[in-house]
Design a protein around this ligand. Structure first.
Ligand code: COA
Length: 291
């Protein structure tokens, strides 16, 4: 979809880049000439992911074990990146944590298990990278992964919904505050793109959640690695240089289908529509016949 050298000379930090959506986006960027720095908490997982990436794109993937809940560790890690002489050119805030639970069942630690990663962690990384772009006079681009919950709220995942809404607010706020430094920030709000970690925590025990979600989606499918990789690449590319402060849904229009209230009609065929039209026509005729 893009020129293979679109990101030549770029170095993109991807939190949670060793698994799931982060790894998908890393692969797209690597395929278009970028180097990536993937962060995660588990050394062995990162090592395996980086080895696979470097096998396909020699020398282009580096890894760092960082827990983004620790703001001091985040700052030191970003400093180390810049000290290595190839400063970061972009950041993808992808690392997250989530599980479904009734809100009344959440303990304070349970709430913090999510908000420390998503809300505090995403801020820490964005601030640590942004302040170095500002200090060195370099431009930069940030893409953060949120969910359409930032617009609708979401029952049973309240700590995530609140934290992702915070990232959305950070994005809009900094798009204005840091625009003068040439720093752009945008969000992607993906629908279901099946990953093992997400399905285990948000759809536990469901036989085939991807098929169920696909059937209910306006475009009849779930998302793919290319879907999210391409949108992230576009938003980070120079061609998107005037796009900032935006949150873009990537879900086949699904979140819009929850409003309006006419979902049952998606299953109607010609016969149902003909019957409905006949009934409406009969009612209209009756109204007209009544003086
Ligand atoms: N329902 C309610 N409370 C839960 C819970 C659940 N399903 N799972 C954990 N908790 C509570 C625990 O009871 C504990 O609170 P307590 O000490 O007051 O009892 C608190 O949350 C922390 O539990 P712990 O097991 O220590 O969690 P953790 O911090 O080690 O791990 C995550 C939780 C979310 C951080 C972990 O699953 C993770 O690292 N996930 C990353 C990947 C991910 O979530 N991907 C999906 C993204 S969609």
């Amino acid at each position: 979809m893009f020129a293979p050298d679109l990101f030549a000379g770029s170095r993109v930090l991807i939190t949670g880049g060793g698994t799931g959506l982060g790894r998908m986006m890393a692969n797209t960027l690597l395929a278009h000439g970028s180097a990536v720095e993937i962060w995660g908490r588990r050394a062995a997982v990162l090592e395996a992911a980086a080895a696979e990436m470097n096998a396909a794109h020699p020398g282009q993937a580096m890894r760092r074990v960082v827990d983004i809940r620790d703001a001091g560790a985040v700052d030191a890690a970003v400093q180390a990146s810049f000290d290595e002489g190839r400063p970061l050119t972009a950041l993808i805030n992808n690392a997250a944590g989530n599980f479904i639970s009734r809100t009344e069942d959440l303990s304070p630690r349970a709430f913090r298990a999510i908000s420390d990663i998503v809300f505090h962690g995403s801020f820490s990384v964005t601030q640590a990278v942004g302040r170095r772009w500002i200090a060195t006079g370099l431009p930069g681009a940030v893409v953060s992964i949120v969910v359409t919950w930032v617009w609708t709220g979401a029952p049973f995942v309240l700590p995530s919904a609140m934290s992702k809404a915070g990232i959305d607010a950070m994005t809009k706020s900094l798009a204005v505050e840091w625009g003068r430094y040439g720093i752009r920030l945008n969000c992607i709000a993906p629908g279901l793109i099946p990953t093992e970690g997400m399905l285990a925590r948000l759809r536990p025990g469901e036989a085939d959640p991807a098929a169920k979600t696909a059937a209910a989606n306006p475009l009849g499918r779930v998302g793919t690695a290319d879907d999210i990789g391409n949108l992230a690449a576009f938003l980070l590319s120079p061609g998107a240089g005037w796009i900032s402060g935006q949150t873009i849904a990537l879900d086949g229009g699904n979140w819009l289908s929850q409003g309006g209230g006419f979902r049952d009609q998606l299953a109607w065929g010609d016969a149902e529509w003909a019957a409905a039209r006949a009934r409406i026509g009969a009612r209209t005729a009756a109204d007209k016949a009544t003086p």
